[in-house]
Ligand binder design. Structure first.
Ligand code: HEM
Length: 409
């Protein structure tokens, strides 16, 4: 594949904002996506580990983690769409070719995801009270985890195949015979995939520290449970962190020749330093973890570390495609569209910010509420909710209004 052929596959309409905007948003949203995936996998695994235990502490944890896992799947999906949008804008020649070559799996991905999510719900429906009754139907949860991992494997293959344009023709027409079926996943790299999956352990450890702090905020009286959570979180972060770093080292040692420059590069060391710093954070904070927002800070720091890992991963892709294939993602033709650029950022910042602030505040306060009767939001919180709905109405009117106006002109 010559650079000219790759450039010819680009969208001739250009991109509506500077390509750097898409590149940066791609990294940020990938980090959020992978964080949600990791919490989802970790929470699902802890549910399985705890639900069938005779130890009530584990069963209580399982009951909390199935709720977390359920929500994390939907967050992972929503936050998966975002990097999908950005990657297909600036890397479209690569992303679409990789997808078309494995089209059957791109569609299959959705089926597996639906089946995996349903399997998780079946487990949930079968288990109304894990603490009192113990777990039932663990096979559903195992199935769910397997299917969700299969989904991740497909995305990984698609992401990886796009980095090898020199092999596309062989996949499309093996031995000169065209195979348009799209039935094969052609390439993957197990250590790379496992690295992102293994990070689930420390990320879930960080999540447990936050969960524990949340319970403390709600005046949790079961000190034994809190101590159990702390020990488990610490263990997941330390042991899981070391395992992930070892798998990361295997990934670096097995990088294909054209990517070998990345191992030992400043980007790799930055990612490693960020991960190790977060893993060590609970050891530094110690008793502070029980005060203020420190218990949550570890997950926040983990998110920052994932952004550093995501940025390094992006450098690996950007430089490989530029250095080995002459494709510069940042020289995409710009057809500046201020309206859509502004609409995007306003939707994201104002509408998204306001709605999320409302939902999170209500969920938070309801969770911390103790006392008689259900939680009733204060007038201030209710006002944020009303604003969220009003903004959504204004946004919808504006969206369709401009569309009709452009159409009628
Ligand atoms: C629910 C199970 C899922 C798992 C376990 C999972 C896991 C992963 C992993 C491990 C990667 C990194 C791959 C690599 O760099 O080699 C990844 C990337 C990605 N995922 Fe997911 N994912 C899941 C669901 C989704 C969904 C539902 C979407 C889309 C709606 C999605 C969109 C993406 C995209 C676009 C990337 C690559 C972004 C890029 O190339 O910069 N994922 N995912």
């Amino acid at each position: 594949m010559t650079p000219e052929m790759l450039y010819a596959l680009r969208d001739q309409a250009g991109v509506p904002s500077h390509p750097a905007v898409f590149l940066i948003l791609g990294v940020l949203t990938f980090a959020l996506h992978i964080a949600a995936v990791q919490v989802m996998l970790g929470a699902a695994a802890l549910t399985l580990r705890g639900a069938f235990s005779t130890d009530l502490k584990w069963r209580r944890l399982a009951a909390a983690m199935i709720t977390t896992a359920k929500i994390a799947v939907s967050v992972a999906i929503v936050l998966g769409v975002a990097p999908l949008l950005f990657v297909q804008v600036i890397y479209d020649p690569f992303w679409y070719t990789s997808n078309v070559l494995s089209a059957w799996w791109v569609i299959g991905f959705i089926m597996l995801l639906i089946a995996g999510y349903i399997a998780m719900y079946v487990f949930y429906w079968k288990n109304h009270d894990i603490v009192a009754e113990g777990g039932r139907g663990g096979g559903w949860m195992v199935l769910s985890l397997a299917l969700l991992l299969a989904v991740g494997w497909i995305v990984h293959s698609l992401t990886y195949q796009m980095l090898f344009p020199e092999q596309w023709m062989d996949w499309y027409a093996p031995n000169g015979q065209i195979d348009p079926s799209g039935r094969s996943l052609h390439l993957s790299h197990l250590p790379r995939f496992l690295f992102f999956i293994a990070l689930s352990a420390p990320v879930t450890g960080a999540w447990l520290f936050a969960y524990r702090r949340y319970l403390q905020g709600g005046k949790e009286s079961d000190g034994v449970y809190l101590a159990f959570l702390r020990g488990l979180a610490q263990q997941l972060m330390l042991v899981g962190g070391v395992v992930a770093v070892v798998i990361g080292a295997v990934w670096m040692l097995t990088l294909p020749e054209k990517m070998a420059w990345f191992a030992g590069s400043v980007w790799m060391w930055m990612a490693l330093a960020a991960l190790l710093a977060v893993v060590a954070l609970p050891l530094v904070l110690r008793e502070k973890l029980d005060t203020g927002f420190w218990g949550y800070a570890i997950f926040g720091a983990g998110a920052v570390a994932l952004i550093v890992v995501g940025a390094s991963r992006e450098v690996l892709r950007f430089v490989t495609l530029l250095g080995s294939h002459g494709y510069n993602a940042l020289d995409y033709r710009i057809t500046m569209d201020w309206y859509s650029t502004l609409l995007f950022f306003i939707t994201f910042g104002v509408l998204g910010g306001m709605t999320l602030a409302y939902l999170l505040t209500v969920a938070w306060k309801a969770g911390q509420h103790k006392g008689d009767g259900p939680y009733v939001p204060s007038a201030g919180v209710t006002r944020i909710g009303q604003w969220s709905v009003s903004l959504l109405v204004i946004w919808t009117l504006l969206y369709f209004g401009v569309g009709f106006w452009v159409w009628a002109r």
